[in-house]
Ligand binder design. Structure first.
Ligand code: NAD
Ligand code: IPM
Ligand code: MN
Length: 369
């Protein structure tokens, strides 16, 4: 079969450090399992590109990226030189919209060998797998809207407005995706994040659509919480959550909180999906370009590596996904003696960890062969 064509954009900051480790592991899995991969590298969607060209993307970016099977993305943002809203609205948020990646799937799981900063009510620690949720974030509309404006700028009467936009089609499709996902998991449970007490037009609509779609999924149990108390529940009883579906902004917040409850955001992956496969989907860590540690070689590459696993899964290579996950789990297991980056209490470098995962993947026994 022809190779899977992957567009690679490392972006800024630690994106430049973790993407090569993701590629190293993809190379290993490609050799081990005979998955043909072709990588096309692009330097745009970065603030470095912006500094040279005055824009984040070339004019023909849709043509240059659109023919790929997937986009493998690092992180973008370098606020010292380009304001964040300029760099992000000029790149990542364009991809999500133009390629209709309306599902942002973000797993948060307590991995073996990683300690949650939380303890249970009786003071005991959480065991691996006890926290295991899939956050499904609406990714193309909602609070992330360019509808609005600024009036009377610089005067005492200055006014800024930004509209939240929810469409029935946009809400229904992400809810349906989340319910389908819940249906395939053992607990078959779905939690919806809302704020219909205070945000009295869009959020009651969201709740209404949850009700309506739930009727198609009688086998899925469900609850809903206002986003404020939901953040408290994440901290106090994270084990209660299975699939959590949320609007764009609420999902953004929950998908940093969930992984933090599982030890570090340095291992949290994400898949920006166009489930219909009309356009390429984008795979990237949840975290950003981390200017505070960029250039030090100490970023945890596991979020990027796990994102590569999600990419292979979406591209029909579940075996590749499983191989990478086994590699990650082996490396995270303290018994393996494998290197750990400082966010996990170790002293290792980004490349040490990438090499360790790649070695595990390369030496995996292949069941059934
Ligand atoms: P951030 O995720 O970049 O960093 C938050 C904190 O987590 C920092 O202390 C950082 O050092 C740490 N951290 C992040 N990733 C890590 C890793 N792999 N290993 C170890 N530690 C890690 O969030 P921020 O500081 O709010 O944003 C920095 C820049 O990144 C901004 O420009 C922001 O807009 C951008 N950003 C981009 C994306 C993206 O491209 N998807 C996501 C979030 C933020
Ligand atoms: C994320 C990021 C982006 C978002 C930013 C950088 C625009 O935080 O992917 O979670 O808010 O979606
Ligand atoms: Mn975020």
């Amino acid at each position: 079969s022809p190779p899977l064509r992957i567009a690679v954009m490392a972006g800024d900051g630690i994106g430049q450090e973790v993407v090569p480790e993701g590629l190293r592991v993809l190379d290993a899995v490609s050799r081990r399992l005979g998955i043909a991969l072709q990588f096309d590298h692009f330097d745009f969607a970065s603030c470095t590109y912006y500094e040279r060209h005055g824009q984040m993307l070339p004019d023909d970016w849709k043509e240059r990226l659109g023919g790929h099977d997937a986009l493998f993305f690092g992180a973008v943002g370098w606020p010292k030189t380009v304001p964040d809203h300029v760099s992000l609205w000029g790149s990542l948020l364009q991809f999500r919209r133009a390629f209709d990646q309306y599902v942002n799937l973000r797993p948060a799981r307590l991995m073996p060998g990683v300690r949650s900063p939380l303890v249970k009510r009786d003071g005991s620690p959480y065991a691996a797998g006890e926290i295991d949720m899939l956050i499904v974030r609406e990714n193309t509309e909602g609070e992330y809207s360019s509808i609005g404006g600024r009036m009377f700028a610089g005067t005492e009467r200055e006014i800024v407005m930004q509209e939240t936009v929810m469409s029935r089609l946009g809400v229904d499709r992400v809810l349906r995706y989340a319910f389908e996902l819940a249906r395939r998991r053992p607990r078959r449970h779905l939690t919806s994040a809302t704020k219909s007490n205070g945000i009295a037009i869009t959020m009651p609509f969201w709740d209404e659509r949850v009700e309506a779609i739930a009727a198609e999924f009688p086998d899925v149990t469900r609850d809903q919480f206002h986003i404020d108390i939901l953040t408290a529940h994440f901290v106090q009883r994270p084990q209660a959550f299975d699939v959590v579906v949320a609007s764009n902004l609420f999902g953004d917040i929950l998908s940093d909180l969930g992984p933090a409850c599982c030890g570090t955001i340095g291992i949290a992956p994400s898949a920006n999906l166009n489930p219909e496969r009309k356009f390429p989907s984008l795979f990237e860590p949840v975290h950003g370009s981390a200017p505070d540690i960029a250039g030090k070689g100490i970023a945890n590459p596991i979020a990027q590596i796990w994102s590569a696993a999600l990419m292979l899964d979406f591209l029909g290579r579940r075996d590749g996904h499983d191989a990478i996950l086994r590699g990650i789990e082996t490396v995270l297991d303290p018994a393996s003696g494998a290197p750990r980056t400082p966010d996990l209490g170790g002293k290792a470098t980004t490349a040490d960890v990438g090499r360790a995962v790649a070695e595990c993947v390369g030496s995996l026994a292949l069941p059934g062969r």
